[in-house]
Design a protein around this ligand. Sequence first.
Ligand SMILES: Nc1nc2c(ncn2[C@@H]2O[C@H](COP(=O)(O)OP(=O)(O)OP(=O)(O)O)[C@@H](O)[C@H]2O)c(=O)[nH]1
Ligand SMILES: [Mg+2]
Length: 437
Amino acid sequence: MLVGVEFKGPQAVRRSGGDWPVAESLAELAQLAYTAGLVVVGRLTQRLERPHPATFIGPGKVKELSALVTATAADVVVFDDELSPRHQRELERSLGEEVKLLDRTALILDIFAQHARTREGRLQVELAQYEYRLPRLTRAWTHLARQAGGRAGGATGGVGLRGPGETQLETDRRVIGRRIAQLKRELEAVRAHRERHRARRRREGMPVVAIVGYTNAGKSTLLNSLAGAAVTAEDKLFATLDPTTRRVTLPGGSEVLFTDTVGFIQKLPTQLVAAFRATLEEVTEADLLLHVLDGTHPQVVRQAAAVRETLAEIGAADKGVVVAVNKCDRWPSPEAMRPLRARFPDGVLISALTGEGLDGLLARVERALEEQMVWLEALIPYDAGELAALFHRRGLIEEEEHTGEGTRIRGRVPRQLWARFRRVCVQGGIPDWEEVA
Ligand SMILES: Nc1nc2c(ncn2[C@@H]2O[C@H](COP(=O)(O)OP(=O)(O)OP(=O)(O)O)[C@@H](O)[C@H]2O)c(=O)[nH]1
Ligand SMILES: [Mg+2]
């Protein structure tokens, strides 16, 4: 049973993705539920000014929900918004013990747990799950403690606090706390390893293009088409969790790396964004973003906005972006795509499935990367032949001349290689560049 709330007034704006009509948001929640292996038997919605402090939805709605759950024999109730520990507790009490109560966050975490493949991915998900559960456990403990205290009553109230339930929860809390600390240590180690990887990539100066977009937009399918990769691509949300990187040759002959990453979704809880920091670093450190849109999705405009919001949240708002409008093979004719084209005038229309438009897309990526290159003239001594070779491999050469003092090359190199060419540069470059300590 799905439950959604449409907020009126300031709440609607404050909540991320708040301008989604509740029916659309629930349609997405239904897809999340399906991906997690659930079957939707009904939906319930309410319009509210703000969440009810105790039960999120109003008391009347809770009764209605309870009756509906009984009538449909639903096993699980999923709320479309994140529930506070108190909401969780009060709702569980009203719905009874046999009904499992989840919110959007718990559902997404469940899907993540099913789909994480790498060690880092699994560690990240486990950490996020424990961090999600810990405060809920704490509140349950406080609540039980109060009950126990009440039962013992009077001046000896403190004694009654040592009930079995409380001890169990205290133990749980300690165990979870320890596990969280351990997971953080393990993640740190994995991240240090990944950082070394990235540092090597930076030294080699290969530009990195991060494929970003709403979940199910076709990011993995695109990487598979571009690079012959074998990333799982399916009609499920969050099919991809762990980043995959592949080398792709652009029309001009230069090579770049494309990275497929976790998809975004509206109402993505901040704590989840934080949990996937390591994965999202692939995005914040990329030279260029390739934003893939599902051009056939009725909510494509809202999805694009949600992606831009998340990008801003992770500090990638000012990156260069190339927009690809995907799944164009599904449109019956070019005529039918006219409104879409008008909405995303800079978007390249593609089909990751049939390969249509991919040459044009790569050309656009190439141009965008070129715009980020640095023009310079270098005089490379003959004993620094590796620099000349690097210029050939990664740069775009306009002119090359062998002189008495060395090789004089004029042309452009990727920005991230500038540090290497600095000492041989005689003209151009980045004048106000400062070495990062
Ligand atoms: N018709 C059509 N279907 C596509 C196209 N690209 C992707 N799809 C389908 O869309 C679904 C999602 O594709 P994925 O590549 O898994 O999407 P994703 O963006 O990687 O999704 P997540 O990893 O789950 O965030 C799959 O069923 C694909 O077959 C396309 O160009 N045309
Ligand atoms: Mg994917």
